[in-house]
Write a protein that binds this ligand. Structure first.
Ligand code: ADP
Ligand code: MG
Length: 699
């Protein structure tokens, strides 16, 4: 059913085809409904006029009332402008126009009282406003009684065509008159009632033209609620739908491989969290539906082992598995670690990366197709087109934030029936974010570290205290431990970064001379083979200090290393700092993370460092990260086609995100097909959505 709100915007009085095109292009408004949900970003209290003498801030939008006392045309040609002196009983300011001068000159009058709205700037000892919104003050006017005046964001092109904030506001009034009595309710009545929400019709009116602060708050709440509600409905419905429609491989047995490994090869007992997660995954893989699961667990929580156990189950059911890691170092380490753990069990593994020799590659590809490899480990090289499996049943993607959604999707197309997918991430995603953006994945969490780990002590040190830090490193090395010293790598100036690293390496070499001390160095410009060689020396305890760039950021596992020194740590993001810190504290010894910074720290830099010093909890850190950077910036979310929220705020509206999630879950359980009369608006919504989806597939 077509709704009145779907009417094209050009039909609205005061728009017309040309301006309609402009509205589409500039702010994405195609229909009545689009315009209706173009919410003000601010409101101005027009009952409070600011006396000109009291203006002291150039950052706020102000309303001033007064008279034009002088009007002059200044300059010539391109610098020509109209300047008005605008005064009230306390002082005067300037109003400036660069465009539409003729019109201004004819229109503005000297003995008329005006309301002027805009952002002042301070110039030549005076406040001025350029291209302010103005209107004649009419004491009995309706507009003046209204407490809050909406301010809309506009663009230069729109402004020229009469759609300044005032123009938009006028259009909005026309629209609201036009759609009166035709704004359908989008939420079920029961949801409105039990959550104390005002109707959609009331809300859209009040969000644009509230008559009281109370009404405005009610409108904001209702519209945020609605936005988050439908986001949840989209995700949860899609997930349900996918589960019902996409069949997956049935892994219904746990056989010899798993059992023998579990009984005889497992070097330690699983933590309860690991056990629980393996159970969750197993339950998923025997439903006959495809699994799509996100495994979150802090650094060092033992995700690799969980992945390995699942790959053994795949093998027990006659399927191949693969595991993809973001770097060669990490892939190699997984390969070595896993083959070692598997010992003499009859399970064949192989490693495929960018630097695998051509002949070796060819052989691996052949063996894969002959079903002679059970577990393939590697980097992006795994998803190249000519890598074909005999029967790939299970895919593990480690450190998910390094891979885009596209790459994930690409793995699927290798089979008719998609393999089960387990995505592992060590950068915990804030809970609200996971709920909002990964709502279509199932999620397992390892919330427990293996026993015997001592929490890492984190210390902030200024560069000027470097000698103290060296002395500390020396003591730890004397105890038989190893040390990482990491330098930031910021892509823009790789040469400079490398120089930092080399300088650092030199001064460390002087302080820790041969032959007593052995130092490894690893950076991005080295050949993979050389990197591996150095990593291996460090792993085997042959070198005491590992000086490196962030190539060691993810996954590297050397339990004997107890000190992580991070140079210029203010240049790292929180997620990265947490990853780096996770390289130590992997054995039973007390470990330390030393954050070196310059003396001059920005506000954000200070916040990051103090967050790191305060907590080891990855979730807390990711939440601080979200607060500091905002959601738009979070790694990986950019490519993942993140939803754009119009009114809700992912940080501030956390409780509302939870609330709407639970309500949607409940509704979907109670009425999965949306057949109840009360859920009619939801059925409508889904039908409409389906139609547009199908259309976009066709075109
Ligand atoms: P991450 O979750 O960061 O990928 P890893 O899988 O690399 O963590 O595991 C970190 C370290 O903990 C490894 O040395 C691993 O062998 C060890 N480990 C994993 N599970 C356990 C356990 N249940 N008990 C003791 N150590 C464990
Ligand atoms: Mg890992």
């Amino acid at each position: 059913m077509e709704s009145y709100l779907d009417k094209k915007i050009e039909n609205l009085k005061g728009v017309g085809p040309a301006r309609a095109t402009l509205l589409q292009r500039e702010i994405g408004i195609f229909t009545y409904g689009d315009l209706l949900s173009y919410y003000p970003f601010r409101y101005v209290d027009r009952t409070r006029f600011v006396p000109i003498r009291e203006i002291n801030d150039t950052n706020v939008y102000l309303v001033v009332r007064g008279y034009i006392t002088r009007l002059e045309l200044l300059g010539t040609g391109r610098t020509q402008r109209m300047v008005a002196t605008f005064s009230d009983s306390t002082g005067s300011m300037e109003l400036v126009w660069f465009k539409g001068l003729k019109w201004i000159q004819d229109y503005l009058k000297k003995d008329v009282e005006y309301i002027v709205m805009g952002k002042p700037t301070f110039f030549n000892g005076k406040y001025s406003m350029s291209h302010p919104d103005m209107e004649v003050l009419r004491p009995n006017d309706d507009a003046i009684k209204q407490t809050f005046m909406p301010i809309y964001s506009s663009t230069e092109k729109l402004r020229v065509q009469g759609f300044s904030t005032k123009g938009i506001s006028k259009l909005m009034r026309t629209l609201l008159m036009e759609v009166q009595g035709r704004v359908p309710e989008t939420l079920p009545q029961s949801v409105l009632q039990s959550n104390g929400l005002i109707s959609k019709a009331e809300a859209v009116k009040a969000i644009h033209f509230p008559d009281s602060n109370e009404m405005l708050q009610k409108a904001v709440y209702r519209l945020k609620f609605e936005e988050l509600f439908f986001l949840q409905l989209d995700y949860q419905y899609a997930k349900k739908d996918r589960k019902e429609r996409t069949s997956g491989f049935l892994f219904d047995t746990v056989g010899d491989c798993f059992n023998r490994f579990y009984k005889d090869y497992l070097p330690f007992s699983l933590t309860n969290a690991q056990k629980r997660v393996v159970k969750e995954i197993r339950a998923d893989m025997k439903t006959g539906m495809q699994m799509n699961r996100l495994l979150q667990g802090d650094v060092g929580s033992g995700k690799t082992l969980v992945a390995l156990l699942c790959m053994l189950i795949a093998k027990d059911n006659g399927f191949q598995s693969c595991m993809m890691a973001p770097t060669e170092i990490l892939a190699t380490q997984h390969y070595l670690g896993i083959t070692k753990m598997l010992g003499d069990l009859p399970i064949t593994t192989a490693l495929l990366t960018g630097s695998t020799k051509v002949a070796e590659k060819r052989k691996i590809k052949q063996q894969l197709q002959n079903n002679e490899i059970d577990i393939l480990i590697g980097t992006h090289a795994l998803i190249e087109d000519d890598v074909k499996f005999f029967n790939l049943g299970f895919v593990v993607i480690d450190e998910q934030h390094r891979f885009g959604v596209e790459q994930r999707a690409k793995m699927w197309t290798k089979n008719q029936i998609p393999p089960h997918v387990l995505v592992m991430t060590a950068t915990p995603i804030p809970r609200t974010l996971a709920m909002t953006f990964y709502g279509d994945l199932d999620c397992s969490i390892i919330d427990e570290l293996p026993p015997g780990r001592k929490p890492i002590k984190t210390i902030h040190q200024y560069d000027s205290d470097r000698l103290k830090v060296f002395a500390f490193m020396e003591r730890q090395i004397a105890l038989g431990r190893q040390v990482y010293v990491v330098y930031p790598l910021i892509n823009e100036s790789e040469k400079l970064d490398l120089k930092d690293l080399m300088d650092g390496y030199e001064s460390i070499s002087r302080r820790f001379p041969l032959p007593k001390y052995q130092i490894s160095i690893v950076h991005g410009q080295m050949k993979p083979a050389d990197k591996d060689f150095e990593m291996e020396r460090f792993k085997q305890g042959k070198t005491h200090i590992m000086v490196s760039t962030t190539v060691i950021e993810v996954g590297v596992d050397v339990p004997n290393a107890t000190v992580m020194v991070i140079e210029n740590s203010e240049r790292f993001g929180l997620a990265q700092l947490h990853q780096l810190r996770g390289r130590v504290g992997r054995g039973g010894e007390q470990s330390y993370c030393i954050l070196m910074t310059t003396d001059k720290l920005s506000f954000d830099g200070k916040e990051r460092i103090s967050t790191m010093v305060r907590t080891n909890d990855g979730f807390e850190i990711s939440e601080a990260d979200l607060r500091l950077r905002g959601p738009g910036d979070l790694q990986g979310l950019q490519q993942s086609g993140v939803v754009h929220l119009k009114i809700a705020d992912i940080v501030k509206d956390e409780s509302l995100i939870r609330l709407t999630r639970d309500i949607v879950t409940f509704i979907l359980q109670q009425d999965p097909k949306m057949m109840m009369q009360d859920n009619y608006p939801l059925q409508q919504y889904l039908q409409k959505k389906n139609m547009t989806l199908n259309w976009s597939k066709i075109s």
